[in-house]
Write a protein that binds this ligand. Structure first.
Ligand code: NAP
Length: 248
């Protein structure tokens, strides 16, 4: 069903993993999807999958920690398609280390990409969405923002920051018909999690009530719901999509 017909949606970090699954799923449901990664070449596979779904893509490159990347990306979408209906701020990184060994640089890099990068894109879409008096903004957070994770103090702090950012933005932008929410994945099998030591992966997997790691598609379904008319009365919320990992 073409639930997203004519929607123009920008997804950051769409070259692989969760962002790629989100972008292709949105395309399969009728959206035009602008996809961003640090290099255009990394987006070839995603754009091919979007074309195979019969949809239009717009590949964009840049480092999301730079405000100019967000400004240029949103301008490119508006120039190409006349407006922007959705943002999925998905791109993220980890730089794990125990607190005693964590450098200021590791802390700053993770905050700059995961939190500040999302802020840059939120700010950049605000004006065109306010003009349209409609829009759906989804930040991809993480279950660890709520429960913590040893070795990820920087990442947990950045992802927890998205909760406050989303709630405040939801209050500021609600009167203009713009929703702002966080979707927090649990343990999803991607490049990011395959980098974790095996013992840490096993410890996380044991906590998942549903007994299996999530897939990008598990997250894509929740994002699609918030980008569709069915999710239009939900704002300022943090939705856990974690297979019950956070239950204990
Ligand atoms: P991933 O496989 O490592 O992919 C990360 C994506 O972000 C890539 O497309 C990468 O693009 C892009 N990216 C990274 N830094 C960027 C930057 N500075 N500027 C622009 N693009 C950048 O990660 P993932 O597992 O799919 O994670 C996606 C999101 O879900 C992240 O926000 C992550 O924190 C969150 N999350 C993941 C899990 C999990 O279990 N996997 C759990 C909770 C939350 P390039 O091709 O340019 O490198």
């Amino acid at each position: 069903m073409q639930t997203l017909k004519n929607k123009r949606i920008l997804v950051t970090g769409a070259s692989r993993g969760i962002g790629q699954a989100i972008a292709v799923d949105l395309a399969k449901h009728g959206a035009k999807v602008a996809v961003l990664a640090t290099r255009l070449a990394n987006l070839e596979q995603t754009c091919a999958a979007i074309a195979a779904a019969g949809a239009e893509s717009l590949p964009l490159e840049g480092d999301i920690s730079q405000a100019s990347t967000a400004v240029n990306a949103v301008k490119a979408v508006v120039d190409a398609w006349g407006g922007i209906d959705g943002l999925v701020a998905n791109a993220g990184i980890t730089k794990d280390n125990l607190l005693l060994r964590m450098t200021e640089e590791q802390f700053d890099q993770v905050i700059d990409v995961n939190l500040k990068g999302s802020f840059h894109f939120l700010k950049a879409v605000t004006k065109p969405m306010m003009k349209q008096r409609a829009g759906s903004i989804v930040f991809i957070g993480s279950v660890v923002a709520a429960i913590g994770n040893p070795g990820q103090a920087n990442y947990c702090a950045a992802k927890a920051g998205l909760h406050g950012l989303a709630r405040s933005a939801a209050m500021e932008l609600g009167s203009r018909g713009i929703t702002v929410n966080v979707i927090s994945p649990g343990f999803i099998a991607t490049d990011m999690t395959s980098d974790l030591p095996e013992a840490a992966q096993d410890a996380m997997k044991k906590k998942i009530a549903l007994g299996r790691p999530g897939s990008g598609q598990d997250i894509a379904g929740a994002v699609r719901f918030l980008q569709s008319p069915d999710g239009s009365y939900i704002t300022g919320q943090v939705m856990l999509v974690d297979g019950g990992l956070s239950l204990g």
